[in-house]
Every structure is written in C-alpha cells, then in structure tokens.
Design a binder for this molecule. Structure first.
Ligand code: PNS
Length: 164
C-alpha cells in the first residue's frame, strides 16, 4: 500500500494545487493532503477553513484525506505511515528551496522519499500569494481558483477590511 503526503500551506488552494492533487492521487493508493498549521505564518485562512475548503473542492477524489498538521513534516509522515512526500515544481526558482527541504527531510528520515511532479504549464505562474494580492486589489481571480474558493477569499478580504 503506497500512502503519500502532499503537504502545503494551501492559503488558499489554487488550480495549481488541485492539478497536483488530482495527478498524484492517481499514482498512489492513498493521498493525504497535509495542511500546515503554522501560526507564525499568519495565514489569511485558519487551518480549519483551509481544510474545509480543500475537502469541498476534492470531494470527487475517492482516495484522499485532508489532514491538518503542525511540527515537522517527517514526524507527521511517520505518524500517518506515509512513505512518500509529493511536492509540485513550478519553475527553476522553486528548485533550490525544494531541494533543501527534500534533502533535510531525507537526512532526518531516510525511509521517506520526496517525489516531485512538474506543475502543468497552464499553472506554472500561479501562487496563493499572488492570488491573495490580486483579490486584495479587487482583481478577478476566477481563472486561478475554483468559484467556491474565490467567493471565500472575497468574503474574507471584505471582513478583514472592515476590521482594519
Ligand atoms: O505550501 P508551502 O508553504 O510551500 O509548504 C511548505 C511546507 C508546509 C511543505 C513546509 O513548510 C513544511 O514541511 N513545514 C513543516 C516544518 C518542517 O518539517 N520543516 C522542515 C523542512 S526543511
């Protein structure tokens, strides 16, 4: 049984993430999408909101679980009995950070392998950060995230603006 973890912040999930999720779910028996709970990063969405949104947009994938995690990824992988970590590579600029992370994780727990999927060219420019920035300035984000997510981002930004 091959169980893999696709970890990330998913603040929020984009079409680029969904592409990696769909493709990697076909390569493994079970895919766990690990949602990082890191308060130091001050995300736009709480970890519960990010988990819920991921559940909503991946409801059609049978072999997937969305699970929040904190602490080290390798500890989470061990607890979940996953032998593989999957990451998406968009461009050469991702490579250095991803290599460093994969090698550090491998040094800590050699049984856990990291596998990379290259992002579909259509989404190679996309990041959660730019989506949030476009939305914050009132731009159209419908080609970057599913409608349901776009609506949540707009709602959240409006709420934040009324508080600030
Ligand atoms: O979506 P992101 O923010 O690029 O995902 C980064 C993530 C969650 C994969 C990475 O920050 C992570 O694994 N964090 C957990 C802490 C950890 O294990 N750090 C050591 C890796 S060098």
């Amino acid at each position: 049984m091959l169980r893999a973890i696709y970890p990330g912040s998913f603040d929020p999930v984009t079409f680029g993430h969904l592409d990696i999720i769909k493709r990697s779910s076909r390569l493994v028996d079970e895919l766990i999408v690990g949602v990082l709970n890191n308060k130091a990063k001050s995300p736009l969405f709480s970890v519960e909101e990010r988990v819920r949104m991921l559940e909503e947009v991946t409801g059609d994938i049978p072999n997937i679980r969305i699970v929040p995690f904190g602490g080290l990824l390798v500890d989470f992988a061990r607890r979940a009995e996953a032998g593989m970590v999957i990451r998406g590579l968009r461009a050469i600029t991702d490579f250095e950070y991803e290599l460093q992370m994969a090698q550090t994780n491998h040094k800590m727990v050699p049984e856990i392998e990291t596998a990379f999927l290259t992002t579909n060219l259509e989404y190679s420019y996309l990041s959660s950060t730019t989506v949030k920035e476009v939305a914050a300035f009132g731009g159209d984000i419908s080609q970057f995230v599913p409608k349901l997510i776009a609506d949540r981002i707009t709602e959240k930004i409006k709420k934040k603006e009324s508080v600030d």
